[in-house]
Ligand binder design. Structure first.
Ligand code: MG
Length: 161
C-alpha cells in the first residue's frame, strides 16, 4: 500500500508600499508588496509548511529562522526548493499541492497559470499537480481592507519504497 501523508500550511503577510509583490513564485505588478524577512511570498510559505507538515519535518520557522541573515530578502522559491530537498532526503516525493490565496487585490486569476509553473518547477512536479485558487474576503477584516494577503495550502506526499 502506498504510504500517503497530508500536511496543512497557513501564512499571512502585511501589504506595504515600496515592496515588489512576489506571490506564488512570480512577480506581479502592483503598487504594494508583502512585508517579510524573505521576499514575503505568503503562498510559497504556506506551501513550504504544508510539505514539511506532511513529512513530519516541523515548520518553516524552524528551518529558516528570521534571525539568520542568510535568509534576509531570499527568494521563497529557494526556500521551497530546500524544503523539497529535505523531503527527498527523508524518502518522500510530492504527490500534489492545493492552495487558496486570500486577497482583496490584486486579482490573481490571470497569474495562476504562471504560479503553477513556478511552483511545479521548484517542487519538481508537473504544474498539473499544483492547484491555486484565489478568493477575496468580501471586504471584511484586514484582508478585505487590502492590508494583508493570506494563503492556505495542503500537500500530499508519498514515502518512496
Ligand atoms: Mg511567511
Amino acid at each position: 500500500m502506498n504510504d500517503l501523508r497530508t500536511g496543512i500550511g497557513y501564512d499571512i503577510h502585511r501589504m506595504v508600499e515600496g515592496r515588489e509583490l512576489r506571490l506564488g513564485g512570480i512577480r506581479i505588478e502592483y503598487p504594494k508588496g508583502l512585508l517579510g524577512y524573505s521576499d514575503g511570498d505568503v503562498l510559497l510559505h504556506a506551501i513550504c509548511d504544508a510539505l514539511l507538515g506532511a513529512a513530519g519535518l516541523g515548520d518553516i520557522g524552524g528551518h529558516f529562522p528570521d534571525t539568520d541573515p542568510a535568509y534576509k530578502g531570499i527568494s521563497s522559491l529557494e526556500l521551497l526548493r530546500h524544503v523539497v530537498k529535505l523531503l527527498h532526503e527523508s524518502g518522500f516525493e510530492v504527490v500534489n499541492i492545493d492552495a487558496n490565496v486570500l486577497a482583496e487585490a490584486p486579482k490573481i486569476g490571470s497569474h495562476i497559470s504562471d504560479m503553477k509553473e513556478a511552483i511545479g518547477g521548484a517542487v519538481g512536479i508537473s504544474p498539473k499537480r499544483v492547484n491555486v485558487k484565489g478568493r477575496t474576503s468580501e471586504g471584511l477584516g484586514e484582508i478585505g481592507r487590502g492590508e494583508a494577503i493570506a494563503a492556505q495550502a495542503v500537500a500530499m506526499v508519498q514515502q518512496k519504497d
